[in-house]
Design a protein around this ligand. Structure first.
Ligand SMILES: [Zn+2]
Length: 281
């Protein structure tokens, strides 16, 4: 798998719902900061921007107008980069979470089941999951399935089989979330094996939270998958040092790719691997 035929897609999760300037002053919060930080990360090698937006007070929101402004800014300043908008549950409840899908971003995140998060239940009831999936089909938005648990992997393959999701699936294994799955290599191997068995054409990536970020980068790259980094998941470059930027975290992932003999995917390659429109936006 580790040949130059298998470029690695690096996704940068720039902001998220939780990190603040108190955690790391380099976390981009305003639209201008988000666009600048993404541009640096794009130049460093990231080809997917996973995006959340904040309101004027810095709190997470699902406001479609904010998302529209960010999407337009990224398309202008990072031409070709894949824009992935979050439908995650920290910024709103119910169908509000999918209010930005009519903007027709390249991709959106999709959770297909529930699990515990550090301080709450991450609620993804079946009817909401089905509605979000149907909106993504309607607006031709490619979902990135966020798998926090083995049941999410299985559920995504079921949804592909019965037509609620269009294949090939793109599944992200998320590990290192407190009260959900730890970063455990044997479990990751079983996730990969199960996904390949139930959905042979699926493509996968992996992300880790906090100190698990670099661990998951390393494993995903070594095992031939794609990977995610960025300040949404982790604000440190090592135990005692804050990351200077999203780009610094992307560079760390790029170095791991080189160490494992994998080229970093260009945006054209990333779009081809994911079956997205080949054009620059
Ligand atoms: Zn997110």
């Amino acid at each position: 798998m580790q040949t130059d035929q298998n470029p690695c897609i690096i996704c940068v999760a720039i902001t998220g719902s939780l990190p603040t300037k108190q955690n790391n002053p380099a976390v981009p919060i305003t639209l201008a900061e988000q666009i600048e930080s993404t541009h640096e990360a794009f130049e460093a090698g990231a080809t997917i921007a996973h995006c959340h937006v904040r309101d004027d007070d810095g709190n997470p929101t699902s406001d479609p107008d904010r998302f529209a402004e960010l999407k337009a800014g990224l398309e202008k300043h990072c031409p070709g980069m894949i824009v992935q908008l979050s439908t995650g549950g920290r910024s709103g409840a119910g169908q509000v979470r999918g209010g930005m899908l009519p903007l027709c971003p390249d991709m959106a995140s999709l959770s297909v089941g529930s699990n515990n998060f550090p301080t709450r239940v991450y609620e993804n009831p079946p009817d909401l999951v089905d509605w979000l999936a149907s909106e993504m089909l309607k607006f031709d938005v490619k979902p990135e399935i966020e798998a926090f648990d083995l049941s999410h992997v299985v559920q995504a393959t079921k949804m592909q089989q019965d037509g609620r999701l269009k294949g090939p699936l793109y599944v992200q294994f998320v590990m290192g979330v407190k009260n959900a799955m730890p970063a455990d290599e044997k479990i990751l191997d079983f996730y990969i094996e199960t996904l390949k068995r139930l959905s042979p054409d699926a493509v996968w990536c992996a992300a880790g939270i906090g100190p698990a970020q670099i661990v998951m980068n390393e494993w995903a790259i070594a095992k031939g998958g794609h990977t995610r980094t960025g300040m949404e998941d982790n604000v440190r470059i090592d135990k005692s040092t804050l990351a200077r930027s999203n780009a610094a975290l992307v560079k760390r992932a790029v170095e791991i790719c080189y160490r494992h003999g994998r080229p970093v995917a260009t945006w054209q390659q990333a779009r081809a691997i994911l079956g997205l429109r080949p054009r620059a936006n």
